[in-house]
Ligand binder design. Structure first.
Ligand SMILES: [Zn+2]
Length: 534
């Protein structure tokens, strides 16, 4: 094979950050994408969603999709809107989840753009268009093609792919690619996708092939080890929080991701009620997406871990799925102990907002965050101990017991990532580390010392490209402007700094002893502003 016949691998996202996953492989015969995800990080990163793709969408022959999370699938509707007409290969569970998650992502964007345009109109600024609309999400669905775990699928001439269970989310996969070597043995490239942890409640441990030329691996938790908590121990600890809410004789409000986290909680709450460790009480799932996702989990229950318990949990007498906004609001007229699970998981959108508004001021309410809360989210602000928050334009005093229960993880930790990488060996050529922030990437590279030569570890930047040869890879000169300066990827940008400053100002003013104290702080800040540039 001539040098210029060798495949080129390009990194269009998830470089020094954890969102916007999208890799491209190009040969003289075909161009394919692995994932086509939405950027969800800082404002500078999110602006990439509105810009042009770094490739012509109609020149892409096929997409293979690792899993349904929006940071991996969320730009597929834009790709289709801009002319992509090829097949999208995914597992049936991923296709089912995409059929509800992509329209939901479109709905969120349309709502956000509507709000933004209302403000823009008031200020005389030009109106903006959403990245895509619901109909674009729906238009993706006929392009999906089913791939089964363990089977080889021919994606293009001289390219076949095998799906492996990544244990990260219902339907999630790692990919083993074989590219025809033109007389030589085929080139083998493995893409990890997102790797699940060991002992995940509803998924098997991640699997994969061994013996590869190139490996592209995620590094989300490359610098962190999670305490080794068994599913039983985790359930016991959840039971303790629930009993606290029972003693307070008030509601337990759980902001949760709609897909998989909600279903994990339902299984554990069901088991705790079955064994009498917590009293039987109504559990409301108050999220249209979580309701639809639960139906998909039920349909695929025979393929997942603890599927029989999940099935029982989903038909238990305590469980209620609320549909309309009226039903949702009626929940807060109940008294005593009950459970509400609602999205979004970080409290920034969705029905959880009105449950928080209705309950945060109650001393007998418990709010349990069911996962990591990113800097700047309402969930994080509450966990950091804010005494007042603004929700839907109203200031709410926080008197509820706010707590974090972060033991359900979707991701392998550093030790598990290292084990997964070693199990893929021998790795003949390079190991690319992606889907991690600076600390995660550096942490995983550090762990690999002694097991894999540092000279063959590559941490690509956004839009980096490499020509992959049978004896090693070479970087390709980028002769177009980079979409984002490398130093602004994955970092808190000035928008975050500003939000933090405004919160600090508000906190300082609110905590002043009296009216005079407040006036003094405001005068000091005004003086500092007036003096800038001196
Ligand atoms: Zn994921």
């Amino acid at each position: 094979m001539d040098h210029d016949q060798h495949p080129v691998l390009r990194f269009h996202g998830a470089t020094y950050c954890v969102t916007g996953s999208c890799y491209e492989i190009e040969t003289p015969h075909w161009r394919i994408l692995i994932d086509c995800g939405l950027f969800q990080g800082s404002k500078s990163e999110r602006e990439l969603n509105y810009g042009a793709f770094p490739f012509p969408p109609d020149a892409i022959d096929a997409v293979i999709l690792t899993h349904a999370h929006i940071d991996h699938s969320g730009l597929l509707p834009k790709l289709v809107k801009q002319g992509f007409r090829g097949p999208i290969y995914a597992t049936t569970a991923t296709i089912d989840l995409c059929s509800v998650m992509l329209p939901d992502a479109a709905h969120i964007q349309e709502t956000e753009v509507d709000q933004l345009n209302r403000r823009n109109a008031q200020r005389g600024r030009p109106l903006v268009e959403p990245i895509y609309r619901k109909e674009d999400a729906v238009a993706c669905m006929p392009l999906f093609r089913v791939a089964q775990y363990g089977d080889w699928t021919t994606v293009a001439e001289g390219l076949r792919v095998r799906f492996w269970n990544a244990g990260h989310l219902l339907g999630s996969s790692s990919f083993e690619l074989e590219i025809d070597g033109g007389g030589r043995s085929p080139m083998r490239i493995v893409f990890s996708g997102d790797i699940g942890p060991g002992h995940k409640l509803l998924q098997t441990d991640p699997q994969g092939p061994s013996g590869v030329d190139y490996l592209v691996c995620e590094a989300t938790y490359g610098d962190r080890d999670r305490p080794d908590v068994s599913p039983d121990r985790r359930r016991t600890m959840l039971g303790e929080i629930v009993r606290g809410a029972v003693r307070a004789n008030g509601p337990l409000i759980i902001p949760s991701f709609a897909v998989e986290r909600t279903q994990e909680l339902l299984v554990d709450l069901h088991l705790l009620m079955q064994t009498g460790e917590i009293p039987r009480a109504p559990i409301f799932v108050d999220s249209p997406l979580a309701t639809r996702a639960s139906a998909i989990f039920q349909r695929h229950a025979d393929k997942i871990e603890n599927g029989d318990v999940l099935r029982q949990a989903l038909i238990s007498a305590e469980l209620r799925f609320t549909d309309t906004v009226e039903q949702s609001k009626a929940i807060n007229r109940l008294t005593g102990f009950f459970v509400v699970i609602a999205a979004s998981g970080m409290c920034d959108a969705g029905r959880i907002r009105h449950h928080l508004k209705a309950n945060l001021w109650r001393k007998n309410a418990t709010v349990m965050m069911a996962g990591y809360q990113v800097q700047g989210s309402l969930g994080r602000i509450l966990l950091d101990g804010a005494r007042r928050v603004r929700i839907q334009g109203e200031e709410i005093e926080v008197r509820a017991n706010v707590t974090l229960f972060d033991l359900y993880s979707g991701h392998a930790d550093a030790a598990e990532l290292l084990d997964w990488i070693m199990a893929r060996g021998p790795i003949g050529q390079s190991l690319f580390l992606t889907h991690g922030e600076e600390e995660g990437l550096a942490g995983l590279a550090e762990r690999l010392k002694g097991s894999f030569p540092a000279s063959r570890i590559i941490k690509p930047q956004l839009d980096d490209a490499f020509r992959l040869g049978p004896g090693g890879c070479v970087p390709i000169e980028i002769n177009h402007a980079r979409r984002l300066k490398p130093e602004s990827v994955g970092r808190l940008d000035w928008h975050n700094d500003l939000s933090k400053l405004l919160l600090d100002v508000s906190e300082a003013v609110n905590s002043a002893a009296d009216e005079r104290g407040r006036a003094k702080i405001i005068r000091q800040i005004q003086r500092a502003l007036a003096a800038r540039g001196d």
